[in-house]
Ligand binder design. Sequence first.
Ligand code: ADP
Length: 468
Amino acid sequence: MSSMRQGPGASVLQESFALAELLDLDSFKDVCASYADLFQIGFKILDRNSEMLVDVKGGSVDFCAYAFNFPEGRSRCMREVAAVRNMKIGDTGVSIHNCFTGLRYMIAPVQHEGDRVGRIVYGPYRPVDVAPPDFSFLGEKYKPEIGQRLFEQIRRVQDEVVSKVVEHLVQVIEVMLYTGYKQILTSRMHVESVTAGYTELQHKNQQLRESYERLKELDRLKSSFLATVSHELRTPLTSVIGYSEMLLEGLAGELIGEQRDYVQTIMEKGENLLSLISSILDFSKVESGNLRLNRAPTRILDVVDSAISTIMPLARKKSVAVERHVGGEMPLLRIDGEKVRQALVNLLGNAVKFNREGGTIALQIDQLSRARTKIDDDVPAALSPPDEIVMRIQIRDTGIGIPPQKIDRIFDSFYQVDSSSTREYGGTGLGLAISKSFVEAHGGVIEAQSKLGDGSTFTVLLPIEQEG
Ligand code: ADP
């Protein structure tokens, strides 16, 4: 509506508003009507494009309607209206327009913030200094006694009085404009500040999105780098281990004393390195989304026993006792035995590594039923799916435990509770992340509970896909 809108970024302070935008038109019309009632003189308010906003009738209405009935009266009246509409008026003061009827209009500009936003056309009123003309030009049908009577109903008033009323009316309108402007200003400033905040947020969001994309790309590069490097390292390392084994077996001649010890150390360290490289390789497969399960009917106890035997040498070295408790008959499961074994080896390996000398590890395996996630709250209990049977494997140790504020992070890749360069325990911080991915790939869950100084319990729940 406003005629001088600025660009979208411009402030509300630079904007120019139309009368109708600044005024509450209903209450403004009420004010105008009470003015017309009070002085018995009608008036019109036009905006800067000469659109009429308010038209209140005064005492002249009957006479004008009478004169308008005659073709000559009608055409003269329309000429007067056009003349007033198109009249050039100054920015200040009032202008006068005399109607063919001898009535008079006073026209005054309405200003806001130094800008002419419209005008008042006050009247018609009957000036004191002008005698009513002879209306015979209206034709034979014109009845002078009627015209005269109606004409005299129009209020006779001095120009000075009208000028005062108009001045007052202009002041009232300008106050109303000011109030309206203040309201618009407040709400627009509020919207502007919210919009500015939102734009900044969007900008930050975009930056975050870009950083995220960059990080994802870096992460992908890191995974593929890790996969390539670890693969390339594994081949020569297997040879180092293989040749050490052959030396120890005496295939290249009997080793003596320290020679045997040295080669033994080479082989052990080589095996450590190999398991480290294998975890990195597993991890990079998980990260790149290339994790595939080779499910086959598997005896879970075989998997558990194989994992225990893998960590037994380490446990023995640290005098850690390993117990195994089986809760009843175990069904044949359709799982990827190697992946589950690897997950358990990682957990058992940690249970040894973070245990105290002479500590204990208890592995408990049993089946339990778990409520399935409800599909919909509206489904009656009788129709909701039956509880699900899951395999639970719990590994409890008597080790150092995990601080409560860190327990949520231990499944993150490369996370270690003690990440200092002087840390006591070796490792990559990948074991738990790999175990979690392997278990989750089976539709299972893995969780940890711990009491600092007392030990930790890791629980694996695997859904049972029974064979046959
Ligand atoms: P790594 O053992 O190679 O450091 P993991 O991903 O297997 O990496 O474990 C991450 C971290 O979680 C470990 O560094 C250790 O701080 C903590 N943690 C894991 N298992 C245990 C446990 N049984 N007892 C105490 N802390 C543990």
